[in-house]
Write a protein that binds this ligand. Structure first.
Ligand code: NDP
Length: 308
C-alpha cells in the first residue's frame, strides 16, 4: 500500500481522507505526526508547517488541495519532488460568479444604494452600459481567463495583464511590467487573479493604485500578500479609490481590530471566492498518484522554479 499523509495548518483536511481512499483504495491515508505517516510517499498539503515535508524521507509527490501553492513553496525546506495543484473548471466558474457580483456591485451602484438604505434615502443611481466600464484582470490563467471571458460576454470592456501576451477574442492583452502603466490607466475595476510569487508580492501598493482611473474599484481575490493594505486604506480614505471587495488577507481570519473591517466602501469577504470540492480534489490526487506509480506525466504540475 502507498502511504499518504495529510499536512495542514489552519484548515481541517480530515474529511478528505475517506474521499481519497474511496477514489484510490490502494492508498493508506494518515495524519501528519502519526508513526505511519513517517513512511509517506505522498503529502497532501494546505499551509504545511515549515520543515514538515523535509521530515518525510520517502516522499515522491507533494499535492496541493488548492489552485494556489504559495503556502507550500514558501517553505525553504521544500524537498526536490514534483508539486501538483488543483485545476477545476467548476472552481473557475465559481470565481467568475464572485467577480461578476463584485463588478456589478460597483457598476450598478449597489454600494451606494446599500449605504443610502441605512438613511432611508431614495436616490436611484445612474445606469451606464457595461461597455462603458473597463475591467482589468491581472492574471489570465485557468481561473482568470474564465473570469475575463465571462465579463466580456456580459459586455464589459476587458483588459488582461499577464507575463506573456495572449490572443483571446474580446480581451485586450497587456504583457509584462512595461505594459502595466497603460493597462492600469484604462482600468475602472481592477481584478487580481495572480499567483503569489516573488514578482507579485506587494504589487498592489500606493504606486499601482495611483495609476488607476480616478475613483476606480478593486476586486482582490488573489492572495493577501499581493496587497499593501495600508496603501489600500489610504487610497479609500482619500477617495482616490472608489471602493473595494477584498477576499484574501495576510492574516486569515482577518483580526477583529483590523481597520479594513471598517474602511470606507470596502466589502470584506472571508476567503470564500471559490474553492474546489473535496470530491474533485480527491479524484485529482488519486489520478496523480496512479500516474506517479506508472511513471507517467503528472496533471497540473507546478513549475517550482517559477513559483506557480
Ligand atoms: P494560473 O497559474 O493558471 O495562472 C496564473 C496567471 O497569472 C497566468 O496568466 C500568468 O501569466 C499570470 N502571472 C503570473 N505571474 C505574473 C507576473 N509576474 N506578471 C504578470 N502576470 C503574471 O493560476 P490560476 O488562474 O489557477 O489561479 C490564480 C490565483 O488565484 C491562485 O494562485 C490563487 O492565488 C488565486 N485563487 C484565489 C481563490 C480565492 O478563493 N480567493 C481561489 C482560487 C485561486 P502567463 O499566462 O503569461 O504565464
Amino acid at each position: 500500500m502507498t502511504q499518504l499523509v495529510l499536512v495542514s495548518r489552519g484548515y481541517d483536511l480530515s474529511a478528505l481522507a475517506p474521499r481519497i481512499t474511496q477514489a484510490a483504495p490502494e492508498l493508506s491515508v494518515h495524519a501528519f505526526g502519526t508513526p505511519e505517516a513517517a513512511d509517506a510517499e505522498v503529502a497532501v498539503c494546505w499551509n504545511p508547517p515549515p520543515g514538515a515535508l523535509r521530515t518525510l524521507p520517502n516522499l515522491r509527490l507533494v499535492h496541493a488541495v488548492a489552485a494556489g501553492v504559495d503556502n507550500i513553496l514558501c517553505d525553504p525546506g521544500f524537498p526536490p519532488v514534483p508539486l501538483c495543484r488543483i485545476v477545476d473548471p467548476a472552481q473557475a466558474r465559481g470565481m467568475s460568479e464572485f467577480v461578476l457580483w463584485s463588478v456589478l456591485h460597483f457598476h450598478r451602484g449597489f454600494d451606494r444604494v446599500l449605504a443610502n438604505q441605512r438613511d432611508a434615502r431614495w436616490d436611484p443611481p445612474d445606469q451606464r452600459p457595461a461597455h462603458a466600464c473597463t475591467v482589468g484582470v491581472m492574471g489570465l490563467g485557468e481561473i482568470g481567463l474564465q473570469v475575463a471571458r465571462d465579463l466580456a460576454h456580459m459586455g464589459f470592456r476587458v483588459l488582461g495583464w499577464t507575463r506573456e501576451p495572449k490572443r483571446e477574442a474580446g480581451i485586450e492583452s497587456f504583457a509584462g511590467r512595461d505594459a502595466l502603466p497603460a493597462f492600469l490607466a484604462q482600468t475602472d475595476v481592477l481584478v487580481c487573479l495572480l499567483p503569489l510569487t516573488a514578482e507579485t508580492r506587494g504589487l498592489i501598493d500606493a504606486q499601482l493604485l495611483r495609476q488607476l482611473r480616478p475613483g476606480a474599484k478593486l476586486v482582490h481575490v488573489g492572495r493577501g500578500e499581493h496587497l499593501v493594505s495600508a496603501d489600500l486604506l489610504a487610497a479609500l480614505r482619500e477617495g482616490r479609490l472608489g471602493g473595494a471587495v477584498v477576499d484574501v488577507f495576510e492574516a486569515e481570519p482577518l483580526p477583529a481590530d483590523d481597520p479594513l473591517w471598517r474602511a470606507p466602501n470596502l466589502v470584506v469577504t472571508p476567503h470564500m471566492a471559490s474553492s474546489a470540492g473535496f470530491d474533485v480534489v480527491a479524484q485529482q490526487i488519486a489520478e496523480n498518484v496512479r500516474r506517479m506509480q506508472r511513471g507517467e506525466p503528472l496533471m497540473n504540475q507546478v513549475d517550482v522554479g517559477r513559483g506557480f
